[in-house]
Design a protein around this ligand. Structure first.
Ligand code: DGP
Length: 213
């Protein structure tokens, strides 16, 4: 019997859009339905690269913007082999941020164009679905912990949101993150279930490249 692969599902959005809550709820529900599913989160602050990113985000160190950009990308690359293995062995990964954040945040903070920002992530596993959670500024700023990390400023978040929209291709959909938690969850669950079904016999793609892996 050939193993059906899992899906690579990504939640993107600005800070405090509700991604972490939704990623967790989605994995819990998929698991309850007997579907193999796991959470991944970027930045992955547990690795050596991730620890450096964490220090940068919490203002403990200063680094050039280009260095930071490559650190975030390399944090995705260092997880890439393990992620591919999990997906190809049938596990669906629900990922809290991925390359979309990589390009959108650096373009917003540095003014570099999106094509420059996308380049280091070329060739990573391509998400089968990117759900972009959209929240209003009021909702965003009212959520717990807002403002403590480096990029949590309204004017910057507006640029990030605009960049995320420019990155949208056929694999992206927008979801209204202002709705209550259960309504957002129901929408994401429907999207996840249909994507898992659609891609199970298809090859995993390469990000920003047309050929499959
Ligand atoms: P989070 O742990 O999801 O709150 O992310 C931490 C912060 O880092 C958040 O402000 C978003 C930002 N971020 C996430 N991924 C990237 C990336 O790849 N590049 C840049 N420049 N920033 C990122």
């Amino acid at each position: 019997m050939t193993i059906k692969r899992g899906a690579l599902l990504v939640l993107e959005g600005c800070d405090r859009a509700g991604k972490s809550t939704q990623v967790q709820k989605l994995v819990t529900e998929l698991t309850a339905r007997g579907i193999s599913a796991e959470v991944r989160r970027f930045p992955d602050r547990t690795t050596e690269v991730g620890k450096m990113i964490d220090k940068y985000l919490s203002h403990a160190v200063e680094l050039p913007a280009e260095t930071v950009h490559l650190l975030f990308s390399s944090n995705r690359w260092e997880n890439c082999t393990e992620m591919k293995k999990a997906i190809l062995s049938g596990t669906t990964l629900i990922v809290d941020r991925y390359a979309g954040s990589g390009a959108a945040y650096t373009a917003a903070t540095t003014g570099k164009d999106l094509s420059w920002c996308k380049e280091p992530d070329r060739g990573l596993p391509k998400p089968d679905l990117v759900a972009l959670l959209e929240v209003s500024e009021d909702v965003q700023a009212s959520r717990a912990g807002w403002g403590s990390e480096r990029f949590e400023r309204i004017e910057l978040q507006q640029k990030i949101s605009s960049n995320l929209h420019q990155l949208m291709d056929e694999s992206w959909v927008t979801v209204n993150g202002n709705d209550d938690i259960d309504k957002v969850h129901a929408k994401l669950l429907t999207l996840a279930l249909s994507t898992i079904e659609t891609v199970k016999n298809k090859p995993l793609g390469e990000l920003y490249n047309s050929k499959p892996l």
